[in-house]
Write a protein that binds this ligand. Structure first.
Ligand code: GTP
Ligand code: MG
Length: 360
């Protein structure tokens, strides 16, 4: 919607120009001519008001794109060791190294590699969280680590994770976990996965399989290397300059500091002090903290951060949009709240249950 004029917007929305002009007047926006480009937030607000489903299109044209770290999510069957694996990986993370232990829980962490490259792990495992975020348009995950217990083998939720990843077009790296167990049979796991249509590398495909033990902490460096290799093949890049496009990974209410959101920047740079709309909430970013809990001025792509200063609690998967002023932020937030409320009421009247809430 960036730079769209009211004429183009009217065409897209199937609305008359006077109707859109009236909306502009209602939100206090002066548009001199219908040939003037609208700012992105105004265009979005107007589009929302006339009921078109808005997916913000940020233009990367002309902007410099640079390599960025991969964002990784862990999935797998219940009890196969997702949390244990994340904990083990977390201990090799930047936070663990710098802070001499993990003091605070950010919902994401970074593992730095000897080569200088790094991997960002999202600490929100679970298919529900993954699909809820995807359903809300928050495709933050680049790679899925599929955890399969070597003694238990492929189970229903293993397959569910595979289909989620496939549906999202996200490549899988398999971590065969619990390889320390006497009953471990990694070869059986591989055959099971292959028979489920996963094209494993050792069988001529491109899905890497790494044998690990989260408890004995073996194979972790190999897993990290595998993820790095996968990331390299994907040639992940992002625009660094310009307004941030970011997503909430997790949010919580802190007694003293108010609503806190763990977020990942997808593109651009988020800067402390900016006015933002987050889902249907808004605020001015009062503080940005990195994975070590250190205050920082700005956040670049794939960097997990915690932001403070929102007026309300956002939801996982909410988008973070930077706007020019408090007034804009408030206006866009109100517009979105109205729209969400309308949708909610419509859903209730249709008798549909809200299936987008993560149950994990
Ligand atoms: P849910 O979140 O409940 O789905 O489980 P999870 O996948 O997070 O598994 P979790 O990490 O909680 O581990 C489940 C059990 O398996 C725990 O008792 C762990 O100690 C054990 N476990 C996890 N990884 C390993 C491993 O590498 N070896 C052995 N022997 N046990 C493990
Ligand atoms: Mg767990």
């Amino acid at each position: 919607f960036e730079g769209m004029t009211i004429i183009e917007l009217a065409k897209r929305a199937g609305e008359s120009i006077p109707v859109l002009q009236e909306i502009l007047v209602n939100v206090g926006e002066k548009v001199e001519s219908e040939f003037d480009p609208l700012s992105i937030d105004i265009a979005e607000l107007v589009a929302m008001e006339v009921g078109i489903n808005v997916r913000r299109l940020h233009s990367n044209e002309g902007a410099e794109v640079l390599p960025r770290p991969a964002v990784v999510t862990v999935m797998g069957h219940v009890d196969h060791g997702k949390t244990s694996l994340l904990d083990a990986l977390r201990q090799t993370s930047v936070a663990a190294k710098e802070a001499g232990g993990i003091t605070q829980h950010l919902g994401a962490f970074i593992v730095g590699m000897p080569s200088g490259a790094s991997i960002t792990f999202l600490d929100t495992p679970g298919h529900a969280a993954f699909s809820a975020m995807r359903a809300r348009g928050a495709a933050v995950t680049d790679i899925v680590v599929l955890v399969v217990a070597a003694d238990d083998g492929v189970m229903p939720q293993t397959l569910e994770a595979v289909s989620h990843a496939k549906a999202a077009n996200v490549p899988i790296v398999v971590a065969v976990n619990k390889c320390d167990k006497p009953a471990a049979d990694p070869e059986r796991v591989k055959l099971q996965l292959a028979s489920e249509g996963l094209l494993l590398e050792e069988m001529g495909g491109d899905v890497q399989v790494v044998e690990v033990s989260a408890v004995k902490k073996t194979g972790l460096d190999i897993l990290e290397e595998a993820l790095l290799l996968q990331a390299e093949m994907m040639d992940l890049k992002a625009r660094i300059d310009g307004p941030a496009q970011a997503y909430v990974v997790e949010a919580r209410l802190d007694r003293g500091r108010g609503p806190l959101a763990t977020a990942i920047v997808k593109a651009g740079t988020l800067v402390c002090g900016q006015h933002v709309v987050v889902g249907s909430e808004w605020g001015r970013i009062r503080a940005v903290r990195d994975v070590v809990g250190k205050l920082t001025e700005k956040a670049t792509p794939a960097m997990p951060i915690e932001i403070e200063g929102l007026k309300g609690l956002p939801m996982a998967g909410d988008d973070i949009i930077v706007v020019d002023s408090e007034e804009r932020a408030r206006m866009l937030s109100e517009g979105r709240k109205k729209k969400f409320e309308k949708n909610r009421l419509r859903k209730i009247s249709e008798g549909a249950t809200d299936s987008l809430e993560p149950s994990d």
